[in-house]
Design a protein around this ligand. Structure first.
Ligand code: NAP
Length: 294
């Protein structure tokens, strides 16, 4: 990335705050976009070790003139009280992953929801009028549930190991949208009638749970049009291979990662990156990621 040799006092600085951040793909993603577009921008990872340091980190970043930041685990909620404004969808989700510098401070956005929406849209998978199942009830499930509700799904089913957590998320969605939202455990998943889309948001299938799937009853896939697994390492989880065998359209989480990053870049720079350029950037990043993970 030879653009980095051109850094000077006019270069716009962006970054990501989280813990850990060493393995984050976002620096590669954001610096690739800047290089592709020929922008004088640089993006750097910043590890904030303790929750108590978040306010100082945000204030310090503002004083240093940092133009925008991504926020990752575990600070997506915590950071919200230190912002001057929060976008409405991020407010509904209850988490931000993108901060944009304004005259008054940083404004928070959630581009995970944009990444998810775009991953479906580019494959012509429409949420409107559909029955959407979401597995998991954590941070990523919040984005998926608000995406489904905001996209005018017909019904939403939140399926989770801890049913109480699913019920809390269902309640949160109902606070903002007039839509049928149901909460249940995995033992009830086969009772869902005419499901169309399943968004898998748990961490099951990666790391120590590689080879496992949260959805053991694969009969459900026979009823479904498309599934998205938020995981992209491994590239194809057991969940996705089970769904593929049953004939579903399958999508892994890498497109979500790329499209949320592109959406952050667009917000920070007040631009819209065209379809052709978006797909070119996506292809470069897929190549880069799959080569790097071999
Ligand atoms: P989180 O808030 O910790 O939620 C984790 C969810 O997974 C919870 O619902 C939890 O259920 C469930 N879960 C964990 N272990 C389980 C198990 N053994 N069996 C069944 N359910 C289990 O995490 P998150 O922030 O939502 O992130 C979830 C995943 O999404 C992570 O792998 C993260 O890397 C990925 N992610 C990807 C993208 C992307 O761009 N592709 C973006 C954001 C996140 P309980 O409620 O019962 O504990």
């Amino acid at each position: 990335m030879n653009c980095i040799s051109l850094i000077d006092g006019k270069t716009n600085v962006f970054g990501i705050i989280g813990n850990p951040v060493e393995h984050s793909f976002s620096p590669v993603l954001q610096n690739t976009i800047a290089c592709e577009l020929g922008h004088d921008n640089i993006y750097v990872p910043f590890c904030v070790k303790e929750k108590q340091e978040i306010q100082a980190a945000i204030n310090g970043a503002y004083s240093l003139g940092i133009m925008g930041m991504n926020i990752t685990i575990p600070y997506k909620k915590e950071v919200m009280e230190f912002l001057c404004e929060t976008d409405i969808l991020a407010e509904q989700i209850g988490a931000v992953n993108t901060l944009k510098r304004t005259d008054k401070g940083y404004k928070g956005y959630n581009t995970d929801i944009i990444g998810l929406r775009k991953s479906l849209e580019v494959r012509n998978i429409i949420v409107e009028g559909k029955t959407v199942i979401i597995t998991g009830a954590g941070g990523a499930a919040n984005s998926a549930a608000i995406l489904a509700a905001n996209g005018k799904a017909k019904k939403i089913y939140i399926v989770n190991r801890t049913v109480d957590n699913a019920a809390k998320l269902a309640e949160r969605v109902s606070d903002f949208y007039d839509i049928e939202v149901n909460a249940m455990g995995y033992n009830e998943i086969m009772s869902i009638t005419n499901p169309d889309i399943l968004i898998q948001t748990t961490s099951v299938g990666m790391g120590l749970t590689k080879g496992k799937s949260p959805v053991e009853d694969t009969g459900i896939f026979k009823k479904i049009e498309a599934v998205l697994d938020i995981i992209y390492t491994p590239w194809e989880t057991r969940f996705l291979s089970d769904a593929k065998k049953a004939g579903c359209t399958v999508i892994n989480g890498f497109d979500m990662l790329v499209y949320q990053g592109i959406a952050s870049y667009e917000i920070w720079n007040d631009i819209v990156i065209g379809k052709q350029q978006t797909e070119k950037i996506r292809d470069i990043l897929v190549e880069c990621y799959t080569q790097g993970s071999k």
